[in-house]
Design a protein around this ligand. Sequence first.
Ligand SMILES: NC(=O)c1ccc[n+]([C@@H]2O[C@H](COP(=O)([O-])OP(=O)(O)OC[C@H]3O[C@@H](n4cnc5c(N)ncnc54)[C@H](O)[C@@H]3O)[C@@H](O)[C@H]2O)c1
Length: 442
Amino acid sequence: MRITVIGLGYLGTVAASGLAKAGHQVAGVDIDALSIQNLQAGEPPIYEPGIREWLTSGIAGGNLDFFPTNEFDRPLGDVALIATGTPAAADGQADLSQVLGALDWIKSREPRNLTLVMKSTVPPGTGRAIAQHELRGLDVHYVANPEFLREGRALEDWMRPDRIVAGADGDSGRGIAALKKMYAGISAPYLLTDITSAEMVKYASNAFLAARISFINEIASLCDQVGASIDAVSEGMAMDARTGQRIRAGVGYGGSCFPKDVQALDYLAQTLGVELDLLRSVAAVNNRQRLMPLDKLRARFQGAVAGLNVGVLGLAFKPGTNDVREAPSVELINSLVAEGAKVQAFDPQANAPARRLLPPGVAFVDRPEQAAHGAQALLLMTEWPEIIKADWPAIARNMRPPKFVFDGRNALDTALMARLGFEYAAVGRGIPDHPTPPGLSD
Ligand SMILES: NC(=O)c1ccc[n+]([C@@H]2O[C@H](COP(=O)([O-])OP(=O)(O)OC[C@H]3O[C@@H](n4cnc5c(N)ncnc54)[C@H](O)[C@@H]3O)[C@@H](O)[C@H]2O)c1
């Protein structure tokens, strides 16, 4: 098939190179001419394990090309796939300007017998409005096909998705047939539904995953107070098939999807007069959780954060990516600097993108051990293997007393921490005191 992928950020780069790998003739377009230049040279705009190899093999194989949108002079082909961003606007709603820009561009090319695959995450109701109004009278078949890939495992998820959700309205045969042809070779169960339900599957899935994280984080706070271990509690919960996979407590969710999708769903519900109380609490718990490292630091140093030397280990919102959008580390470091702390930060992949978001005084270092140099406190924000397996005896030697380590991802070996003389704190793991439960005090 001939496929045009519009928008070559995280999702679009994976989609374009994945479709080329499957043997399709793929053209990728983006309004960012510099990014196109880099892609043409095999340089991806993101760090994602394996993406460089996919890109270079597609380019070398002659079935993957990149163009700035204004220089694209080919037909759109059988499928146009929209993968532009849908960031949060200031009021929380999804900003659809990139998607609408891509749509205008497609329409300006007078499409014929085209299947438009919407991969971008758009609020429920958007696709139906596009299909009914924007595409009225055009020979275009609209299919909502939300993407569920996880950054850090994007290639694996692209090749072996848990499911393919395809939403189309009315006489949808040709659009769905084109989509199935596009995914030929990928074996996954299909959910065929209407456009709005497909869009809702994506938002509901992200909101539910976010809710699971906030739930375990709330229980972790209580674990600290009663002297229980969240590691054991979450393991025990996961042994019940109904509760889902085990999740780790930590400093909250971030990234380019959960925060904006939770906000956009809440915004949509409000505009329709529906109160999503649970969803709002999910966001509130997460906002509180993200400030936990600062609270722990203030508690340990009696509020005296000014003048402290603090090492921050991990900047990406999770391991396996260099994405720092909505990463808890960014908000944390901005607050630390605002309060007068001196920060040295390390991330194996995200130093460069984080530098663009952080104040000039922050020092970026190339090894975890360097982030510990002269630091009284060390905050672990991303559980990269490079950090977990760092030279912790050297870190202990490099730090100054009290050698306070806050493990914001419950990723470190507590016995090792004790042996090396760190003052160790974590999320629902460390047990500073064991109050007697109410009612049993006498
Ligand atoms: N990043 C992920 O892991 C992921 C996973 C699932 C779903 N999604 C969804 O996919 C969409 C894209 O996310 P992303 O993280 O790849 O975004 P991104 O911001 O990384 O990339 C968007 C790209 O679109 C380009 N663009 C903007 N307007 C354009 C236009 N009119 N024509 C052509 N190109 C244009 C931008 O220059 C940019 O390169 C979002 O809706 C997101 O919610 C993302």
